[in-house]
Design a binder for this molecule. Sequence first.
Ligand code: 15L
Length: 265
Amino acid sequence: MRILVTGAAGSIGQVVMVGLADRGHTLVGLDRLPSPEGYDDSWHTADCADADAVADVFAAQPLDAVVHLAGHPGEASLPDSLTSHVVTTAALLDAMLEHGVGRIVYASSNHAVGRTPRRDLVSTDARPRPDTFYGVGKVAAEALLSLYADRHGIDAVACRIGSFQPQPESTRQLSTWLSHDDCVRMVEAALSAPAPGFAVLYGISANTRAWWDLAPGRALGYDPQDDAEEFLDTIPTAEADAAEAAYVGGAFASESFHRPALDRA
Ligand code: 15L
């Protein structure tokens, strides 16, 4: 497949670029950062929120699919969050329609349901319960993907990623960890699942203490192989703060992340 990866210079992007290339795909990187060594001919430096720039990227070479990883990974004002997560997705979807590209895999986040109290396994059917404006942006981006799937027949898989790390580093991450190898497995499955329409999966490894249901991902062909429990001995024993442990979004759901929606002069 010829795949455009946005946010290709980011932490997930770098791993996905290498992992998909190793699996025989042809990769095109798109990022606001300039191309790293080795990608000169297959890299576009542009902002995904700029619809004209994105249209130019699609006109430059044929593509079969998009893996949309670009976006600010933390909390911001509501307008900035909507630009980072929704406007970028909209620019890509419009360009996909124009150029007949039929599939997008989206890096959504566990923070789309982060304000769900910590109790039972959270399913993909649970109501969106964002914990931040970041989470609101992810929920809204998922809604946009759903609209383009229904209205235009785009295949769109939203991967609600947990904690993408080389290895888990906290008690929470024993539940939320997504290993690098499983991340590549997840993206590959989301790219190749037959006719998913609009689908949501949770992007975590096969963690013994998982908080999110892996069944929808497995139904799409995602077969995670790693388990954070293997790193139990390396995790600091400090108890998580009660506020952080109350919701699946962890610190994002705590008061320390409260801020006004809009920045004022
Ligand atoms: C995310 O979606 C964030 O981008 C990242 O900063 C972490 O907070 C991660 O989730 C997580 O929940 O560990």
